[in-house]
Design a protein around this ligand. Sequence first.
Ligand code: 5GP
Length: 121
Amino acid sequence: MSYNPDNVFAKILRGEIPCTKVYEDDHVLAFHDINPQAPVHVLVIPKGAYVSVNDFTATASDAEIAALIRALGRLAAELGVAEDGYRILANVGANGHQEVPHLHVHLCGGRPLGRMLPKAD
Ligand code: 5GP
């Protein structure tokens, strides 16, 4: 899938729509999810134009990849969930139920989160 610059996170990165920012560096922006699923629910995104983990891992620079991963650990600590535990996940494509086609990592915590996936029948 090619990158669509009209997606909502591209608009946030360009400042065309607002977000509640919690962290920013040269490569990464993190902001609160508009529809939080847990007391802490932050989205961590690369500033580069990547659809998903697929193209990010294939073509992003080591600096971009390191920045995203380091931001996750830093944010977990800053948001106060590192000790009790939390979940990071990135949905990819149709089976992953990815809704916004700009790579984003969900960082959720602040309560017990239960199983990662519903039990298969
Ligand atoms: P996905 O299903 O693609 O992994 O998750 C997309 C996430 O983006 C959802 O949790 C949704 O609530 C969030 N989201 C969608 N539009 C906006 C927006 O305009 N602002 C913010 N902050 N989050 C959004």
